[in-house]
Design a protein around this ligand. Structure first.
Ligand code: ZN
Length: 287
């Protein structure tokens, strides 16, 4: 295997070497890691590895490698989420299932890549995908990228090779502090504390990062309920866990992700704060 141009740690290289030993080719791989860019890097590596014609794959120089790297290879399909909902629809999955049975054009293999599979593949769509994995068509490779493989059904995971990419997302202290204040505000009896924390959202870039941290904080709340350690703040996660059920935490994650998607669409930030405060209060206080 040729790792030139790719920065993988030794553990990952060893894992890849053994995975591909004796010319094996897995048909479904889950790439899990907090650092989305690193996960995408590994996906690119694997697509190049799969289509490369050279002896020491991926050579990075042949036409197949170049097309894979530039994401213009006709046999490598990157699933695009629906514009509005940001999820992969059931219709899309049906198209993919049909497409998977058709022979590749240039390479010996067809590859389907799903980014953010843990948040963009609903359980219903995962179930239809599962049928494909149960009887995988010949010469296909499916790559599912995710932050957390717990977002995927166990039945899916049991049919995939899971590769973990090390690397933490790093957040600024300012965003982490603001996210903490907002999270504390969600469980405060008076709405004032939440509204006051959300005034920090006047800065668009800071708000975007803060919402990313908040998603992790609410996920931490689910993690500690399951005895898994928190990534941001263990004490805060425990405190939230006393007040918030797992169901609520999932709704909070959804509301936060929805709010975050609105930022690139130039939403008015006061409206965004009002939306968030309304959603958080509705979810936690049922009002
Ligand atoms: Zn090549």
């Amino acid at each position: 295997m040729n790792y030139t141009d790719f920065e993988f740690d030794e553990a990952l290289k060893q894992r890849l070497d053994s995975l591909y030993s004796q010319n094996r080719q897995p048909h479904a791989i889950v790439i899990e890691g907090a650092d989305a860019e690193k996960c995408k890097g590994l996906a690119t590596f694997l697509t190049m590895r799969a289509v490369c014609r050279a002896e020491n794959k991926p050579c990075g120089k042949c036409e197949q490698c170049i097309k894979a790297r530039e994401k213009v290879h006709p046999d490598i399909y990157y699933a695009q989420p629906e514009k509005k909902s940001q999820i992969y629809s059931i219709e899309q999955m049906r198209d993919i299932i049909e497409n998977a049975s058709i022979r590749p054009n240039e390479a010996d293999i067809k590859i389907f890549v799903f980014e953010s599979a843990d948040t963009r593949l609903s359980p219903v769509v995962q179930n239809s995908f599962l049928k494909l994995l149960e009887e995988p068509p010949q010469n296909c490779l499916f790559l599912l990228l995710c932050k957390n493989s717990r977002g995927l059904l166990n039945t899916i995971l049991s049919r995939c090779t899971v590769l973990t990419v090390k690397g933490e997302e790093s957040y600024s202290e300012q965003a982490t502090e603001l996210a903490r204040a907002v999270a504390e505000g969600t469980i405060a009896p008076s709405e004032w504390q939440l509204l006051s924390a959300l005034t920090g959202f006047s800065d668009r870039k800071l708000a975007d990062e803060t919402l990313a941290v908040l998603t992790v904080i609410f996920r931490d709340c689910i993690a500690v309920a399951r005895g898994i350690s928190a990534r941001i703040d263990g004490q805060l996660a425990q405190k939230l866990n006393k007040r918030i059920t797992t169901g609520m935490a999932l709704q909070l994650v959804e509301a936060t992700e929805l709010a975050r998607q609105k930022i690139p669409q130039n939403v008015n930030m006061d409206l965004l704060s009002a939306f968030l405060s309304g959603e958080y209060r509705r979810i936690i206080w049922q009002r």
